[in-house]
Design a protein around this ligand. Structure first.
Ligand SMILES: Nc1nc2c(ncn2[C@@H]2O[C@H](COP(=O)(O)OP(=O)(O)O)[C@@H](O)[C@H]2O)c(=O)[nH]1
Ligand SMILES: [Mg+2]
Length: 301
């Protein structure tokens, strides 16, 4: 399956919903009037774009339609797509310039961190990079087991400690191993218990200190994983992680399981951090590089 088929298939539920809502509004309108704009606003909210952003979008569309004298369905649709794209941070891709570079993957439990690391490992080894996983989710032994399976599958190395070990010690060892073995990228899995937010954030800060001390000046990506099916809760997660660590990007997972793909636009806009990948399934090739234009187009076509 090619890239666009994959994104279309992954966004099937969102698209069906959008077709019933946003597209339906666009397909039946005759003039850009208040009634049409208000229907459009409602349908954007239904897609989980968020009430404020939906209002902003519609306000801009009203102004631009007037200014540019847009009348045809096609022109309005294009303008709407442009506005929504502008709401998202541009995705410049991963910056992995040093050897080794580090990717720290954070997020609450169950959002798809370990799975996304497996998929990312597959992508990077496929590009000929030597990848090492750091199993710094030491909360449950099963977490490291799960990561080991992905490591075997994609040909990455893995450094793991016993259950309950200090996550920062795992990262320390992983970085030493990566230096010794000439690895290109270290990808760090982390635990995501939020029942004790302060502890979690302290732990992340400690891991960051180890990385910065052991690899000063190295390229470091801190990627937040968010489950797209959790809606507004995902926005809250993004806000609290973004306060605790400097995020360089986000991965939105499980877009195949939601009709509310608009959450991607909402979160990217609210947090001001680029979405770098989206997850559209559970297998290794179900991680797509996020492209705002392609995403918005797939949404509406
Ligand atoms: N449908 C779907 N399931 C996903 C996706 N990403 C992860 N999952 C599933 O979500 C569950 C939790 O994933 P896991 O990686 O263990 O989450 P973690 O606790 O954040 O490490 C697993 O059953 C994954 O297979 C995705 O993009 N689509
Ligand atoms: Mg995990």
């Amino acid at each position: 399956m090619g890239f666009f088929d994959k994104i279309r298939e992954g966004l099937r539920k969102t698209k069906e919903a959008a077709q019933n809502n946003v597209n339906a509004v666009l397909a039946t309108f005759r003039t850009v009037d208040e009634e049409m704009l208000s229907e459009l606003e409602d349908s954007l909210i239904l897609a989980d774009i968020g009430a404020n952003l939906a209002m902003e979008t519609v306000d801009e569309l009203r102004d631009r339609a007037k200014l540019k004298k847009l009348e045809s369905q096609e022109d309005i649709k294009k303008e709407l797509c442009d506005i929504l794209c502008e709401k998202m941070k541009k995705n410049e891709g991963l910056v992995l310039e040093t050897k080794p570079s580090v990717i720290l993957v954070v997020g609450v439990n169950g959002v798809g961190k370990t799975t996304s690391i497996g998929k990312l490992g597959q992508k990077l080894t496929g590009e000929g990079k030597k990848v090492l996983f750091a199993a710094a989710d030491t909360f449950r032994a099963a977490a490291a087991d799960q990561l080991s399976i992905w490591a075997d599958r994609c040909g990455a190395d893995i450094v793991r400690h016993a259950e309950g070990a200090d996550p920062s010690a795992v990262i320390f060892d992983a970085i030493s191993a990566a230096k010794a073995r000439g690895c290109d990228v270290v990808i760090c899995d982390t635990a995501g218990r939020l029942h004790n937010k302060k502890n979690l954030m302290n732990e992340l800060a400690k891991m960051n200190r180890v990385i910065d001390r052991e690899l000063p000046g190295a390229s470091k990506e801190t990627l937040l994983v968010i489950d797209a099916t959790t809606g507004q809760n995902g926005v809250l997660q993004a806000e609290s992680f973004n306060e605790a660590c400097t995020l360089s990007g986000m991965i939105l997972t499980k877009l195949d399981g939601t009709a509310k793909g608009g959450i991607v636009i909402n979160i990217s806009n609210k947090i001001g951090v680029p979405v770098k990948f989206i997850g559209v399934g559970e297998t290794a090739d179900d991680l797509l590089v996020f492209e705002p234009e392609g995403f918005v187009q797939a949404f509406f076509e």
